[in-house]
Design a protein around this ligand. Structure first.
Ligand SMILES: [Zn+2]
Length: 76
């Protein structure tokens, strides 16, 4: 009798969770990306604390040099 393939009860694999964290870290960086010389969300100098936190995470997964692609920025 074949073993039925069941969905993962946890829902997300470790890789999927990691990818989600990367996506949200990138979103934070895009939202807080500097306009001229300061963060548009926090109003303080850049990098602001959320950006530092997001970059800390990206650095921990080897993507610390990531920057938002140009088409994401400056279009709002
Ligand atoms: Zn900010």
């Amino acid at each position: 009798m074949a073993t039925p393939v069941r969905p993962n009860p946890i829902g997300l694999s470790a890789v999927q969770l990691r990818n989600r964290m990367i996506v949200s870290a990138r979103r934070i960086i895009v939202e807080h990306w500097l306009r001229v010389d300061r963060c548009p969300v926090c109003g303080c100098g850049w990098p602001c604390p959320p950006t530092v936190y997001a970059y800390d995470y990206l650095t921990s997964v080897g993507q610390g040099s990531w920057t938002p692609p140009g088409h994401v920025l400056g279009r709002r």
